[in-house]
Design a protein around this ligand. Structure first.
Ligand SMILES: [Zn+2]
Ligand SMILES: [Zn+2]
Length: 427
């Protein structure tokens, strides 16, 4: 039976390991061994609550998990004290015994070779390019998915920001299906469709196909492509798209401005300013709040990417204490922002939290420089300066900065309470 392709395809047979089992012949006081891809399970005796699998009956299968329901099936163990009886299961009950001429079911076991199995899932690949979207019943049987590397199935990438799932079908002659599996908080669901060539499916398509109420987080989903060959499913997992952050220092992409600073460069993501320990181009992946002043290393270029850097320092015992959000202590610091709101203005800001006091960007040494191409310095309040200044967005104490800022100035720059220098006090 195990070698008959009308039961198991050649590919399936490859996955079935041989198992050698020993059966006691209690009547003849003998035991004999057989080796096959399929074998019948054993039990110790009539009324046992477990049945046993494996070469040495070492795997014990409890009634409650493995044969709580379904059909009675024969075991390979004889009954010990009555010669014409053999053991069989009585689902949900115990191991029973019956006359050997009884025509019962056989439910053999096999030891599967799982070394090339990627994962198992109860989701079903779609058989046409019409999308299928269903919830998966709890307890639904799973199908093994074998590693499809080398089958030229194709590639699938996903982008958690845009929600796009991009599929490129490979050159396999088999139909390729995209499958996305997730959970809506209560139920497992899956979405699947066959892919003809290049195709992009957005998370919102899946959301509406399933009538979900909340958005789908693709990073929490299982996404793959699969084919079926000789009744065996082969899959390749999706890869997260490398979300490259590329633009000019001025915050625009494909910048046409000449000059030795204007060209597209790749920016590295940071979620915490402490990740910036050396010169380079960085962009924020989230808003930053901190109680201390950030002192960037010389040569750091930061894109706010629409986020804010906010100083939250506050000491109720010393209400006039202030801390700058950014203080440049050596070399040059460059600030930009590639984000735009609906009016084309930068969304990012260097600021102070409500009730927190201090300058937005400050420096005191004459060998420091600050280039600002974008972003906003706003919502900063310095109260302790003499003379008292209204607004304290930006304070610098040497004239170089004025020249730099003017030379590179773009309309997108918004500097609130621009403080030029001590020598040029505002009216
Ligand atoms: Zn530029
Ligand atoms: Zn940027």
């Amino acid at each position: 039976m195990a070698e008959n392709t009308s039961y198991f395809t050649a590919a399936e047979q490859v996955l079935m390991n041989n198992t050698t089992v020993t059966t006691n012949d209690t009547k003849n006081r003998n035991s004999y061994t057989t080796t096959d891809k399929l074998y019948a399970l054993a039990a110790d005796d009539y009324r046992s609550s477990t049945i046993k699998a494996g070469s040495y009956n070492s795997t014990v299968l409890a009634t409650s998990n493995y044969w709580n329901s379904g059909t009675t099936f024969w075991l390979r163990s004889p009954n010990v004290d009555i010669a014409y009886l053999a053991l069989l299961t009585s689902p949900g009950y115990w191991v029973n015994r019956y006359e050997v001429y009884y025509g019962g079911a056989v439910q053999p076991a096999s030891n599967l070779n799982l070394s090339s199995v990627l994962f198992a899932s109860a989701a079903t690949a779609a058989s046409s390019d019409t999308a299928v979207a269903k919830t998966i019943a709890s307890g639904a049987a799973m199908t093994l998915r074998l590693d499809g590397t080398g089958k030229d199935i194709g590639t699938v990438t996903y982008n958690t920001t845009t929600g796009d799932i991009k599929v490129v079908k490979g050159s396999t002659s088999q139909p390729v299906s995209l499958v996305v599996q997730g959970n809506d908080g209560t139920n497992d669901w899956y979405y699947s469709k066959q892919i003809a060539g290049l195709e992009t499916v957005n998370a919102s398509d899946i959301k509406s196909a399933l009538s979900l109420t909340s958005d789908i987080d693709l990073s929490a989903c299982k996404i793959w492509l699969e084919i079926t060959e000789d009744n065996v499913s082969y899959a390749v997992n999706a890869e997260k798209e490398i979300e490259r952050h590329v633009h000019c220092v001025c915050g625009t992409s494909g910048c046409k401005l000449s000059g030795n600073t204007h060209r597209d460069v790749t920016w590295s993501p940071v979620s915490d300013l402490n990740e910036i320990t050396k010169p380079g181009n960085y962009y924020l992946t989230q808003d930053i709040e901190m109680k201390e002043t950030w002192e960037p290393n010389a040569g750091v270029v930061l894109c706010l990417n629409g986020h804010s850097i906010s100083n939250t320092y506050k000491d109720n015992l010393r209400p006039n204490d202030e801390k700058a959000t950014i203080q440049i202590i050596s070399g040059k610091f460059t600030l930009t922002d590639c984000s735009r709101d609906e009016n084309g203005q930068n969304k990012g800001s260097v600021t102070h939290a409500n009730g927190s006091l201090g300058t937005g960007v400050t420096f005191f040494n004459t060998d420091t420089k600050f280039d600002m191409y974008g972003g906003n310095i706003r919502g900063n309040y310095a109260v302790d300066h003499r003379p008292r200044w209204n607004g304290a967005g930006y304070m610098c104490l040497h004239p170089d900065v004025i020249l730099l800022c003017m030379a590179e100035a773009f309309p997108i720059i918004k500097v609130m309470g621009f403080r030029l220098s001590k020598e040029q006090p505002l009216p």
